[in-house]
Design a protein around this ligand. Structure first.
Ligand SMILES: Cc1cc2nc3c(=O)[nH]c(=O)nc-3n(C[C@H](O)[C@H](O)[C@H](O)COP(=O)(O)O)c2cc1C
Length: 198
């Protein structure tokens, strides 16, 4: 297979908004190939700070994040919970983030927990994007295994694992991964209309 450059991948995968949007939204897509460069501590602070300032129902902030760096035991353990497909590409991510929803609190079950977690995750991802990183979320992992090996508290529901890092040089990516990236991710054009009484 001919070597595919990042320029080609970006041309296919980068959003093509019809109207002006934030530059982070215009740049964001979810790659499957990362460089070895570790996310700096300063940037990590900003990334989680952005998550913290997301809106949430009753300001309950029902989210908690664990992160782990490549080369550590916890990274290997968290990685081991991913399904085979996710393992085929996520091993290049220098950082994995486990995003958990706090599903119950002193008032009982929080029906907004997952919605609020999603809001904090996109806040985190757009902050990361503004700092030059990319992220890909993974919902396909063994949640029970995560709870077991990390002995998570009962009110924490692991929901998404996020692969985060600088985008890799796709000329050195395996052909199978490049193949996946050549698949564009178009969006529905009909996303909203004015609500009219019937
Ligand atoms: C809740 C959720 C779960 C996802 N799970 C996976 C996953 O397990 N593996 C994967 O490779 N991508 C996963 N993704 C990434 C989506 O496939 C990706 O965001 C979508 O195809 C749109 O592409 P884009 O993010 O590049 O715009 C997930 C995304 C979300 C929001």
């Amino acid at each position: 297979m001919q070597k595919i450059t990042n320029e080609t991948i970006l041309k296919i995968r980068k959003p093509t908004p019809r109207y002006p949007v934030l530059k982070e939204i215009e740049k964001r897509f979810s790659p499957r190939f990362f460089s070895d460069e570790m996310v700096s501590e300063m940037d990590l602070n900003s990334i989680f700070e952005a998550a913290q300032w997301a809106p949430s129902a009753h300001n309950h902030q029902p989210w908690y994040f664990y992160y782990t760096k490549k080369g550590t035991n916890s990274y290997t353990n968290l990685f081991s919970t991913l399904n085979t497909y996710n393992q085929s590409w996520a091993h290049t991510a220098p950082l994995l983030i486990l995003a958990c929803a706090i599903i119950t609190n002193e008032k009982g079950e929080n029906p907004f927990a997952l919605y609020d977690l999603g809001a904090s995750v996109i806040s985190l991802i757009l902050q990361a994007q503004s700092l030059g990183y990319f992220a890909r979320q993974m919902g396909l992992f063994d949640k029970e295994k995560v709870k077991r090996i990390f002995k998570l508290e009962k009110n924490l529901e692991p929901f998404i694992i996020i692969a985060l890092g600088k985008i890799g040089d796709y000329t050195s990516a395996p052909g199978t991964i490049v193949e996946l990236e050549l698949d564009p991710r178009p969006r529905k054009t009909d996303v909203a209309k004015e609500l009219i009484d019937k």
